[in-house]
Design a binder for this molecule. Sequence first.
Ligand code: 5AD
Ligand code: SF4
Length: 400
Amino acid sequence: MNEADSEEMFLHLSARGAVRTDKLDEADAVLINTCTVRDHAEHRALSFLGRLCKWKRQNPKRIIIFAGCAAERLGNQLKKRYPYLNIVAGAKGIEHFSDTLNKSGLFTTALAAPLAPAPTLSAYVTIMRGCNFNCTYCIVPSVRGPVKCLPHEEILKEAARHAQAGAKEIMLLGQTVNAYQDGNVTFSGLLNRVSEIPGVERVRFTSPHPLYFTDEFLCTVRQNPKLARHLHIPVQSGSTRVLTEMKRGYTRELFLEKVRALQDAGCHITTDIIVGFPTETETDFEQTLTLVDEAKFLAAYCFKYSPRQGTPAAQMQLLSENVLEKRLAILLNKVRGLADQAYQRQIGTIQEVLMETENKGRASGSFWVQTPVNYPVGSLVRCPIEHAEGTLLFARNEHD
Ligand code: 5AD
Ligand code: SF4
């Protein structure tokens, strides 16, 4: 989501004549788009901002923009701590980023016509912002605000613009993306309409909430082959007691039930897990380990619990760093082999691959596949899988 927001902000800058450079010495302006979901992310952004002090001193006309979730959380205190910072653009105001640039007086007026996004094979389209949940560990609702769904007509127009520019895959984005609703257009309805846009071969989305995987969605998966067979569904914990403390709204059993139904419909699943949430006991943690075994995830991203100021869980007693480290190491060890195992299970299957280079592409279930002969980038190729090495599948040469 931050990548998509960065692109959106960059379009507003390029409408004012800016071009991209990855060489700091050549830059006249730096845009730092930040995350605050864990303390570490915020820390990295602030330490980069701190290092820019010298860069700015070399030429005081240089411009620094600090944007996104950490900017929203820290607000005006930033300019006090970093007086050389020019613009603070919090996550809630991303829709007004152009006005923020105008008000700063640091940029020329934007071109009248909006610029076309850079052509990509896979394009992001934001469909909703914010979150209506209140998971007790999470800072997102306070920095991104409540859910705002974008009108479906606008979403379809934007997706069509990307498709016309050559995108074959559309990635729909939202904090609880599958809770999307605009009048009588449901999330499933939107997925189908995006799939019908000429040129669109595949539709992905992230991040969904387990509770919104409805029967309607299951039907859509079964009926719509353009829907990617990979879903990222954050579970956070395998213990119903901890899930209740986290206010996630589902039990271990309900999560597993949804996952099985989606897997039966051909989907591969990745997840997020938090270890060491306050009150998590050894027994709770073991429940997370057994859930990993039962759910047959394709991959799991594991995080140490990080207290976020102002969230309900920040009032709870922290577990010791020792316990957090130990549990994270055990979990990481457990999830390390998941992808390799899932890749091995694909041997003998036929995968439909969207070519990202001439001999490598992604299958619908998000597996990387190498082909024995070259194909045009952006084409869809049916590949019988012969063998797997680590996280790469090798397709058989049908002419052998
Ligand atoms: N501490 C650790 N991990 C967190 N996440 C969200 N909030 C926290 C926190 N306070 C993780 C969740 C979420 C992912 C984006 O970040 O697993 O799914
Ligand atoms: Fe945070 Fe996701 Fe929970 Fe919303 S649903 S509060 S973004 S973890």
